[in-house]
Design a protein around this ligand. Sequence first.
Ligand code: SF4
Length: 353
Amino acid sequence: MENEQNKPFIYDFTIDQIQDWIKEQGEPAFRAGQIFDWLYVKRVGSFEDMTNLPKPLRDKLNDSFRFVTLTEITKMSSKDGTVKFLFGLHDNHAIETVIMRHNYGNSVCVTTQVGCRIGCTFCASTLGGLKRDLTAGEIVAQVVQSQKLLDPEDERVSSIVIMGSGEPFENYDATMNFLRIMIDPKGLNIGQRHITVSTSGIVPSMLKFAEENTQINLAISIHAPNDALRSKLMPVNRRFPFEDVINACKYYIEKTGRRITFEYALIGGVNDRPEHAEELASVLQGMLCHVNLIPVNYVPERDYVRTPRDDIFEFQRILQKNNVNATIRREQGHDIAAACGQLRAKHMETTTG
Ligand code: SF4
């Protein structure tokens, strides 16, 4: 059994990597495409089911790789169609994945790490620190499992947001492999422009991402209009200061010609005053960007209150008056208390006593 645990997950591999392995086995290259088809189009759960592969190849696959097993610990469905999963991993860690229904399609929010070490003060995911990185395959499996849930309705996953627990740019290689697998035309074939990766502002990875030559969207969790306040809300700002993050965004825009999204969680009385909106507008003015205002979810462990509705609209109005494009994020799954990290935090409480 120990041997089994040491095998890599088949979902960890891009089609090129599978092709390299196939060649090493002396098999024809087209087998890689067939394997990808079984994994992501037919979505089988064992090598034995890949019936157009010769039996010796199926056996070799079985000896070399394993499937990710995501055990459904909890599945909560909201009135608005949002489904929130708490999945158990092979080593007993738990992760969250969310399916959101929009009128333009189904979006899946994936997790990239077990826990998170970034320490944003409004987030439940970081309360127990970082346990470990997920492999690319463990991120892929979240989408495959979501797609399987949609299969009986003949619906498909049409967009992906990397905004669940964890900092994807601190698990960069796995995140990039995950993205390559998602956009592969032979696999799930998700449009690049329908994928968004969100970072707390890990500057070296942002600069690297600018060079990747993709159409994938980049979102930055900014949450404050200046260095001092951002450091209070997001300790990561002491590692990568506000100004460096903004400069990295400008570099990304210049390099890719793509618009950046700034995520701004409004916290009552902390970062939601009109002067904060004015200051944010002065920083972002003239940038090819868009601000997504998010009324912060109540996290019982923290002391934050929600911004009153009128103040949210006022914040948006000030940004727009200064020609900074801003929208207010529509909340989903509110009736299942499904803020990021809360389900897992609850689960940890019950399993660790
Ligand atoms: S908001 Fe994201 S980066 Fe910040 S602590 Fe939570 S999971 Fe980590």
